[in-house]
Design a protein around this ligand. Structure first.
Ligand SMILES: [Zn+2]
Length: 295
């Protein structure tokens, strides 16, 4: 049936293709004749909004109750650690940068009383895999200043830094902060934010102020045309159970601010029919790791 149908339709199909080609050729010729008298309009090829997610490190939390006081005391939990690249027609943005790639030099990782951290696959190698040179990235934003989010910031040495004012000051203008690899970014262009920030000016990628985990903590809204609107959580929550019981980690900078930010983001998710991706969990429905991507 299918074969017969195709045989019957084949001449009509080719006729259709030829007529489309003829129309295109004719229109192109017409356009180039017009162009001789009119202003030349450059062809703009729009890059669709694209999101890549990278797994940049593994964190073994030795006692999960530090994130959820009084709940599951003494229980060990693995966190993933994620970083993101957003390609927009007007530029590129890196959101969070994971643990430092240098951790990959040690197979044992780095052990401390609270965490054992390892780097199975570096961010550099994952960017190379999709042909992205970190030196060409336009904007660099991290949700907050903690080590598991800022680890590879120095890779993006030409990017304009987009941070809430408190976070920028703490990372780059705090004389009591010990010298670190991040100091190499002190000469970069930056914008100190004091609220939400529409990165590319069309509402599709918006940094949202959500303080409490740290004084200048922020989350990221991305309105993807096919996947739909999502919010990348930063460390507003660390895992689903943490979201369900609104657990505020013992080390957050401000408990009331944390709870207010949770309410703000939850209301935003409802109002915008958006999904929340919890960055240390990243096993949400349909979520894919690079080199796969979301549009
Ligand atoms: Zn974190």
């Amino acid at each position: 049936m299918t074969i017969n149908f195709f045989k019957t339709m084949k001449p009509i199909f080719y006729l259709f293709i030829y007529s489309v080609l003829f129309t295109l050729t004719f229109c192109t010729t017409q356009k180039s004749e017009d162009d001789q008298t009119d202003t030349v309009v450059e062809e703009v090829i729009e890059e669709p909004l694209t999101l890549y997610a990278f797994e940049v490190g593994d964190i073994l939390v030795k006692d999960i109750s530090i994130f959820n006081p009084g709940v599951d005391e003494g229980q060990q939990v693995h966190f993933t650690n994620s970083a993101y690249l957003i390609k927009h027609d007007k530029g590129t943005l890196i959101w969070d940068t994971g643990l430092p790639d240098a951790l990959a030099d040690s197979t044992e990782g780095n052990d401390s009383p609270a965490f054992l951290v390892k780097m199975p696959k570096t961010l550099s190698s994952q960017l190379a895999e999709i042909d992205v040179d970190p030196a060409t990235i336009d904007y660099l934003a991290v949700s907050h200043e903690h080590f598991d989010h800022t680890g590879n910031m120095p890779l993006f040495n030409n990017a304009t830094i987009l941070l809430q004012e408190e976070e920028y000051k703490s990372l780059f203008e705090n004389e009591e902060r010990p010298a670190s690899a991040l100091d190499s970014l002190k000469g970069n262009a930056y914008v100190k934010l004091t609220g939400n920030h529409d990165v590319f000016g069309d509402g599709s990628v918006v940094i949202m102020r959500a303080p409490g985990h740290t004084a200048g903590h922020q989350v990221l809204y991305i309105n993807l045309p096919e996947t739909g609107p999502i919010v990348l959580s930063g460390d507003l929550y660390h895992f689903t159970k943490n979201r369900e019981n609104k657990g505020v980690p013992s080390f957050n900078s401000d408990k009331d601010q944390s709870l207010a930010s949770m309410d703000l983001v939850e209301q935003f998710l409802i109002d915008n029919n958006a999904k929340l991706w919890i960055q240390h969990e990243m096993k949400h429905e349909g979520a894919k790791w690079s080199p796969a991507y979301h549009r």
